[in-house]
Each structure stands twice: as C-alpha cells, then as structure tokens.
Design a protein around this ligand. Structure first.
Ligand SMILES: C[S@@+](CC[C@H](N)C(=O)[O-])C[C@H]1O[C@@H](n2cnc3c(N)ncnc32)[C@H](O)[C@@H]1O
Length: 178
C-alpha cells in the first residue's frame, strides 16, 4: 500500500514537472498562449460576418474560447492546438457545453488542411504569418475569409481593417487578397 501511495505521489510530481517545463518552453518554440478577449472575438466575428452557414477554424485555438463561441453561431467549428493541456481544457469546455458542432484537435495546424472551411481565425505571431500566407494560398478556396487579431498577413491586401479600443483586426478574402 505504501509503495502504491509513493508511486501515485511521484507520478503527480512528474506530471506537474512536465506541465511546468512545457509552459516554460512553449513560448520559445511557437506563439505563446495569449487568448483573444471576448471583445476581440466579437469584433472578429463581426468583421468576418460569421453566419449560420459558415464552417469555422481557429489555427492555434488555445483554451478554445473562440471556437466554442463560433460553434454557437455557425454550422461547424474546429480548434487546432498543439499544446495538449490547452486541448484537454478546450475539450472539457466543449463537453460541458454539449455542442456537437465543435471539435478540438491536438496537433499542429501546419498538418491540417483548411480547404473545407469558410472562415479562418488567426491570432499568431508576425513570424508565423508569412508561412501561413503560403499555406492558405495553397489550400483555402476562393472566397474563404481569414480574420486576424493584431497582426496583418505580409504581402496581402485586407478587404477591411478595423481599429477598436487600441486593437487592430484584419479581414482578408482569398481571391481578393493581392
Ligand atoms: C496567441 S494564442 C491565441 C489563442 C486563440 N486563438 C485565441 O485567439 O484565444 C496562440 C495559440 O496558438 C498555439 N499554436 C502556436 N503554434 C501552433 C501550431 N503550429 N499548431 C497548433 N497550435 C499552435 C499556441 O499554443 C497558442 O495557444
């Protein structure tokens, strides 16, 4: 019995250490988790004119708040997040909101084809935007709306840009983006 308790304690400590190390290195290897505020999400949905017939994807979905909110508005929403702890949290929130129109995938968005989505939601670092532009041009259908928080996509022409409360948001439409 004592051995069992020691094993459980050591496992918990190892798990905590793993979470701590991941939390330390995650911002170094990619965009850190810095969630969009409720205001950001609402501004971006409004800018993208998110509607009931849209299929929505958040590339780097963090704790899942934007995809969860989108699932209440549109036909289907998906969040892609490579941090397993954030994905577990987002899946838990999806479970308690009992929303079948929502899915979270624990993987890198570089591995996910965005062809079937109408609205792509992006809040990433400027350094990732150039590579993302190439991916979107390769995969996204003409007419796909791409809405970004804070950072623009280099070399692309926004169909609309909005300044609100000291924040900037950009809307692009594939086919009209150059
Ligand atoms: C600035 S946060 C934005 C979170 C969410 N989109 C929002 O607006 O609230 C960026 C998120 O992207 C995730 N991320 C960065 N690179 C990624 C990648 N290649 N694949 C999946 N997720 C990634 C980070 O872990 C982080 O949670």
């Amino acid at each position: 019995m004592d051995i069992f308790i020691i094993i459980v304690q050591v496992s918990c400590l190892l798990l905590l250490a793993l979470i701590f190390v991941y939390w330390l290195i995650a911002p170094i290897i990619s965009a850190p988790f810095h969630p969009s505020s409720t205001k950001d999400v609402l501004e971006m949905f409004d800018l993208a004119r998110l509607s009931r017939k849209d299929r929505f994807i958040d590339l780097g979905s963090g704790d899942g708040r934007a995809a969860l909110a989108a699932s209440r508005v549109c036909e289907y929403a998906e969040g892609i997040e490579h941090n397993p702890f954030l994905t577990i949290f987002a899946r838990f929130m999806a479970l308690i909101s009992a929303n079948g129109k929502l899915k979270f995938r624990n993987t890198s968005f570089w591995r996910v084809n965005v062809a079937k989505f109408d609205v792509v939601f992006v809040y990433l670092l400027p350094g990732q935007m150039k590579q993302l532009a190439g991916k979107l041009e390769e995969e996204a259908a003409p007419g796909t709306r791409v809405v970004t928080n804070s950072f623009s996509i280099p070399g692309w022409k926004a169909v609309e840009a909005r300044n609100s409360g000291g924040k900037r948001y950009f809307l692009y439409e594939l086919g009209k983006h150059k």
